[in-house]
Design a binder for this molecule. Structure first.
Ligand SMILES: [Zn+2]
Length: 291
């Protein structure tokens, strides 16, 4: 499992090297066409280092002369660039994506950041690594709130889970229970919420309760620490399988202590779940908030 921020940071580091190479190439090309510009830029560097030495020596007179020389040279340079129709940004690093400046994030109206469209492939990579590989077609645009009836309830669940993602500090209890009947679209909605969290730059994961045993130590750490976690297909029986109860209990304990929002999805009522679960987990479920 990987966080979208880490994936973007890796690409950014790689992109920086690429941008620097492109900048050098552009600069070399312009200089070879306009040697006079290169001479001016060399002179500019010389004046600036002279000025720095003058500043270290507290030589105000020399500093003033350097400032005036630099000023004049910059004016001449600007004139030259204009006259020869050279791109004034030829020697600057230029982002490949104008929308996000290659940071991978764009600011939305409400002040939240979302992953830029230029990082689409990394979003897919992140989805796949965080338990969503089998749910490529599940998306907020494909989410039909009407499909399973009880539209208002589903809308309310979505609203509450969205606020758990964006304002986790306002949650009374970080453990949430999403209970609905069989075939009511719970998984679809839950998957969309994990995708939403990732698109907002959060670390998030979707995990079937039955598969907890098969997670690597690294992934167990990830599900214990990520900013939003959905545990799907929960039932009391899940906690009576070898190793599953203690893995689940450790995850919940750690997440509740860190106040990280965790959503347990189940088709059984809270009362039944508390009744049927391993006693350590039942105690936690008893305190969970229903969404
Ligand atoms: Zn972008």
């Amino acid at each position: 499992m990987k966080t979208i921020k880490q994936l973007i940071a890796d690409r950014y580091a790689y992109g920086r090297a690429i941008r620097e190479i492109r900048r050098e190439e552009r600069t070399d090309e312009v200089y070879s066409k306009f040697p006079a510009l290169k001479a001016m830029d060399d002179e500019l560097i010389a004046i600036r280092s002279k000025r720095m030495i003058a500043a270290i020596d507290h030589d105000n007179v020399a500093q003033k002369i350097c400032e005036s020389d630099e000023h004049q040279l910059l004016a001449r340079r600007e004139e030259f660039i204009k006259e020869h129709r050279i791109d004034p940004g030829f020697d600057k690093e230029m982002p490949v994506c104008a929308e996000c400046g290659d940071t991978g994030f764009v600011r939305m109206n409400k002040g939240y950041d979302r992953v830029c469209d230029c990082m689409k492939d990394l979003v897919v990579e992140c989805f796949d690594s965080c338990g969503l590989k089998d749910y490529a077609s599940y998306s907020n645009t494909a989410l039909d709130m009407d499909m399973f009836g009880d539209k208002e309830h589903r809308k309310e669940v979505r609203r509450r889970l969205t606020s758990a993602i964006i304002e986790p500090d306002r949650l009374g209890m970080p453990l949430l229970l999403y209970v609905d009947k069989v075939r009511s679209g719970k998984t679809f909605l839950a998957v969309c919420m994990v995708k939403t969290a990732i698109l907002l730059g959060k670390s998030a994961a979707y995990q079937k309760c039955d598969d907890l045993r098969s997670l690597s130590a690294q992934d167990l750490r990830f599900v214990s620490d990520c900013e939003f976690l959905v545990l799907d297909d929960y039932s009391g029986a899940v906690t009576h399988k070898a190793d599953n109860a203690s893995a689940l209990n450790n995850i919940l304990e750690s997440r509740i202590a860190k106040r990280l929002p965790t959503v347990i999805v189940s088709s059984s009522s809270k009362e039944v779940l508390v009744e049927e679960s391993d006693v350590r987990i039942a105690g936690k479920l008893n305190k969970a908030d229903l969404v």
